[in-house]
Design a protein around this ligand. Structure first.
Ligand code: ARG
Length: 576
């Protein structure tokens, strides 16, 4: 087992069983990192209480047992009953050598693979993909990559907003402009202009507004020609998102589209079933569910609206159909909504109503992975220079052109320069997003994200390039450094210990939907490598075995960084 925390947990659990009986086989050994040793186990505190014995006594009994294993150099009791554990150098060296030989690099497949439905990205047809969609797209995409690496079966669900009353005016505007001209405009990403023109006419021209309203009715009743026009809008927008996904290296494809319209045929039954179960009732002409525990500011129960008084369905109805479909048809074990934090209450209500209806059994986890805001320096929602909501594609372009500016003096070959600028710019933009806790807001700052030092994408990309250049100078390929790895010097030991935590970092990210934990791990790894490289000569090491060990440790670092950056969806240039 190449993951250190998992190995240590197993060891402490075995000690618990040996000393205190088989009923402790499933006890959480409460392994934490420690400031006094490599790790600590806090298990003796609760166990002492349960056994009615002083925790320090329980701790020393466990510590004696642990001290006898090859893995622990030392196990010492401290404070009220913590066990401080120092891992043996020989164990670290052997485990790191094993990790290098392991194609999975110590990332253990999940014991129980799940069907995981991940709802992310979800832009809206004929509306600009704006900065708000950046994070749900990038965080969601990192999360699905992590789940897949752990062997889960992932269903990407791109819940695109492609339905609603706004399509009346959009279709009428499309007819006014002409199909091919409108198509060209949308495919070129001039979506805001298109939308605003439609909106402007709708507000100013009563005849147009009337046409638009008729068009909505025609769309909802399935009029063939109207559906064809609607489909044109959908297809053009789809092309546009796909071009953004391709530029960002996002894994979503057309096969992952499960847009709002997909659920239309299910909406009647959703309302009927909820009404029959007594969960939905008519209130002021609208069919609503009032899940217990949700109240407005004045204390009155809050409705999840299922059918408006004009008979139309809404966003919530679709979400109810989607959750039922995901459980019943897709057999989801876990449904994760990577969606803006402003939709917290809406999703909590959807989950609550689905639980009431029995559509979401207790065995299925439904969770909102809330996404915070991207802001400008003023801490308000990031806006473009003109004050409009910033287009996602403009941010991508700006990141790449600024990256080109940063690296321009280093490469003569313009193609190579452009290629590296793309990887650096997009890597910087994505990493800036992934390295902060997903539910907190952050300030979008191009200078900071493109810096070559600090917790940035370029710093990590550069770390990989530096390791490659060591091998280049040695005339070796990184896979020609088989080890064994010896963790003797302090900096070698720290780096190897860190690398052995890769599996835990990946598992933790899958559990919490928090890619910033994996990002932090990779940054720590790169920092530990820098310290190692400063303190331990690699190519100039005196002894051939030491040189071989250090090359192998460098190769392992490179592999872990590349593998981790790939999980985050960060592109890595071969050279920098
Ligand atoms: N299209 C929505 C928006 O842009 C997000 C949809 C999120 N997913 C969901 N199942 N409600 O805000």
């Amino acid at each position: 087992m190449a993951d250190l925390q998992a190995a240590l947990a197993a060891l402490v659990r075995a000690a618990l069983v040996a000393e205190f009986g088989a009923e402790h086989a499933d006890t959480d050994p409460l392994i934490r990192s420690s400031t006094f040793a490599d790790y600590q186990s806090n298990v003796a505190l609760a166990l002492g209480k349960r056994l009615g014995r002083p925790p320090r006594e329980v701790a020393s009994q466990l510590a004696r047992h642990l001290g006898d294993s090859d893995m622990c150099e030392r196990a010492e009791v401290s404070g009220p009953g913590f066990i401080n554990i120092t891992i043996a150098d020989a164990w670290i060296g052997a485990a790191a050598t094993g990790q290098l030989a392991d194609p999975r690099l110590g990332v253990e497949p999940a014991a129980r693979p799940l069907v995981a439905v991940v709802d992310y990205s979800a832009p809206n047809v004929a509306k600009e993909m704006h900065v708000g969609h950046l994070r749900t797209t990038i965080v969601g995409d990192a999360f699905v990559r992590v789940l897949e690496r752990l062997g889960h079966r992932v269903v990407r669900a791109n819940h695109v907003g492609d339905w609603g009353t706004q399509f009346g005016m959009l279709i009428e505007h499309l007819l006014d402009v002409g199909e091919s001209a409108a198509g060209a405009q949308l495919a070129a990403g001039e979506i805001n202009a298109f939308y605003q023109a439609a909106r402007g006419k709708f507000d100013a021209d009563p005849a147009f507004a009337e046409r638009a309203r008729h068009r909505v009715v025609a769309l909802q009743s399935g009029d063939q020609d109207t559906l064809r026009l609607w489909q044109l809008l959908v297809d053009d927008s789809k092309q546009y998102y796909n071009s953004i996904y391709a530029r960002l290296g996002v894994t979503l494809t057309d096969a992952d589209l499960a847009p709002e319209s997909f659920y239309n045929p299910m909406l009647d039954a959703v309302c009927r079933d909820l009404e029959q179960a007594g969960i939905a009732v008519v209130s002021d002409g609208a069919l609503c569910a009032f899940p217990p525990g949700f109240t407005g500011r004045d204390g009155s129960p809050l409705p999840l609206i299922l059918r408006k008084s004009d008979g139309g369905y809404g966003y919530g109805t679709t979400d109810m159909a989607a959750i039922r479909y995901r459980v019943t048809d897709l057999h989801a074990d876990r449904i994760t909504y990577v969606v803006g934090s402003e939709q917290s209450q809406h999703l909590a209500m959807v989950f609550a109503v689905a639980r009431q209806a029995g559509w979401l059994p207790d065995t299925v986890l439904a969770e909102h992975a809330a996404i915070g805001m991207v802001t400008g320096a003023d801490r308000k929602r990031f806006r473009s220079r003109t004050g409009a909501s910033a287009k996602l594609i403009d941010l991508v372009d700006e990141a790449v052109s600024r990256a080109e500016e940063v690296i321009k003096d280093r490469y003569d070959d313009p193609d190579l320069r452009a290629q590296i600028a793309r990887a650096v710019g997009i890597g910087a933009l994505k990493y800036a997003d992934l390295s902060v806790a997903r539910d907190s807001s952050y300030v979008l700052d191009f200078d900071r994200m493109l810096a070559l030092t600090g917790n940035t994408g370029p710093y990590l990309q550069y770390a990989t390039a530096r390791i490659r250049s060591i091998f280049h100078r040695a005339g070796l390929r990184p896979d020609e450094a088989p080890g064994p790895i010896a963790a003797t010097e302090q900096a070698e030991r720290a780096l190897a210990l860190r690398l052995l935590g890769f599996g835990s970092a990946v598992a933790e990210t899958a559990l919490t939907v928090e890619p910033h934990k994996l990002a932090a791990f990779l940054f720590d790894t790169a920092s530990d490598f820098t310290a190692f490289y400063e303190q331990c000569p690699v190519l100039k090491a005196e002894h051939p075995a030491v040189r071989q060990s250090r090359l192998a440790l460098s190769a392992l670092t490179l592999k872990v960084l590349l593998s981790g950056l790939d999980l985050l969806g960060i592109p890595v240039p071969d050279r920098m």
